[in-house]
Write a protein that binds this ligand. Sequence first.
Ligand code: THU
Length: 134
Amino acid sequence: MTAFDEAELLAAARAAQQQAYAPYSKFRVGAALLAADGRVFAGANVENAAYPATICAERVALPAAVVAGVRDFIALVVVGDGPDPCTPCGTCRQVLFEFAPSLQVVAAGTGGSVARFVLERDLLPQGFGPERLP
Ligand code: THU
């Protein structure tokens, strides 16, 4: 597993969280995605009056990286409101799996609680990825 500066990534996720648009749930989420080249891509949840159109923080960060030409990732930090670590939702796990099955995922809450995972091992075992397609 590639080492990375978790505190720095957590700070980036917290900064992004401040930009969350979450008037409906009031649950703000920030994400910071560390690429293999050292770049960090941030995201925050962006909700919508048509609730299902809401976009999670992780799915703001990842496409931003892809559009920047980046497809190799080391780690993701997600931080949400509330005391418990904010683990990625199922849709976000699947979207991340497409590019980074071995992604290191750090979930954090407001009170300093942190949980650490490896995507393919802990969050999406036996996930469906590109190699499954003939
Ligand atoms: N949310 C995220 O941004 N990421 C997750 O992985 C979990 C949920 C957002 C979506 C919605 O705006 C709010 O949290 C409540 O579900």
